[in-house]
Design a protein around this ligand. Structure first.
Ligand SMILES: Nc1nc2c(ncn2[C@@H]2O[C@H](COP(=O)(O)OP(=O)(O)O)[C@@H](O)[C@H]2O)c(=O)[nH]1
Ligand SMILES: [Mg+2]
Length: 288
């Protein structure tokens, strides 16, 4: 489903996260490893203030390994610990507890110094934009199906703490925040990765954007996938080539650009081009 973010909804989402902040020691900011900039909430720093945080680059199984390393280094430079995880397969779950303890160590040492014998479990909550994988991660950490996943929002009514091992407690309802959709390029990346419905965008525009991106960043994969010896001069030629190759034709044999678009988007989402990251930290230097 697509959440329509009106100013009122944004204010409400923000208020809800701010309320829950008081309950936790640490925030798990869940982002999509394929678009770690575009899948972050634009006001996240303002919303969570000085609360300790751990950035979780989820869906790392679909992202380019090299790019993920670059992003981890990028966050480290800002003094933020980031981890690559795959919530679907449950990879990296132990590293979350370990990193949380490292981040909270100072505070708990202070408590111990004040005579608190047994520091309580670390309390955490997950925040992220729709489809980042919040419910999937909650279920993984809980090791059972308690949060509803997929395209419907969580249905849990009252808040509960989920025990994660002995040292951690997780709020069972994540904080849902809006993405940065005011920027067109960000909107396209959100659509390609499935964070927002592609029906909100022109599918051909999205495909042109995607093909240009592949030409620049992953040209060999593009050539291999569509049997190209060299890259065509322009995008129309590329559409024509793919359309003829894959039989995306209209009556009369003309290339059906909508069909080509659907095909390309479907292939990229189903990892036919391999693991892809759509943005690098170096892309941010320009204007963001
Ligand atoms: N490949 C992959 N898919 C994931 C991962 N985490 C979540 N997903 C998928 O992403 C989609 C959205 O996940 P969901 O947990 O419902 O997101 P939420 O809206 O943030 O709660 C679902 O289809 C999940 O199966 C991951 O680490 N890797
Ligand atoms: Mg959910």
């Amino acid at each position: 489903m697509t959440i329509q973010w009106f100013p009122g909804h944004m204010a409400k989402a923000r208020r809800e996260v701010t309320e829950k902040l008081k309950l936790v020691d640490i925030i798990f900011e869940l982002v999509d490893a394929r678009i770690p900039y575009s899948s972050r909430n634009p006001m996240i720093d303002e919303i969570i203030q000085h609360k300790p945080r751990l950035v979780l680059l989820n869906k790392a199984d679909m992202a380019d390994r090299e790019a993920t390393k670059e992003w981890i280094a990028f966050f480290a430079e800002k003094g933020i610990k980031a981890l690559a995880i795959n919530s679907q397969a449950g990879e990296g779950m132990r590293t979350i507890a370990q990193a949380s303890q490292d981040i909270m160590k100072e505070k708990f040492d202070r408590l111990r110094a004040k005579g608190v014998k047994q520091p309580r479990a670390i309390r955490a909550m997950i925040v992220g934009i729709p489809n980042a994988g919040k419910s999937t991660l909650i279920n993984r950490l809980a090791q059972k199906n308690i949060a509803k996943t997929g395209n419907t929002p969580g249905v849990t009514k009252s808040q509960q703490w989920i025990k994660v091992g002995k040292e951690m407690e997780l709020l069972d309802t994540p904080g849902i925040l809006w993405p940065k959709f005011e920027d067109q390029e960000v909107g396209k990346k959100l659509a390609i990765t499935g964070a927002i419905k592609d029906t909100l965008l022109n599918l051909q525009d999205l495909t042109v954007y995607t093909l240009r991106f592949l030409e620049q960043v992953y040209p060999e994969r593009l050539k291999e996938r569509y049997n190209l010896e060299s890259l065509p001069e322009n995008t129309v030629e590329m559409f024509d080539h793919i359309g003829i190759l894959r039989g995306c034709l209209m009556a009369g044999g003309l290339v059906d650009y909508d069909k080509v678009s659907e095909l390309v988007i479907k292939e990229i989402r189903s990892e036919k081009f391999g693991r892809i990251t759509f943005e690098r930290p170096s892309d941010l230097m320009a204007d963001k």
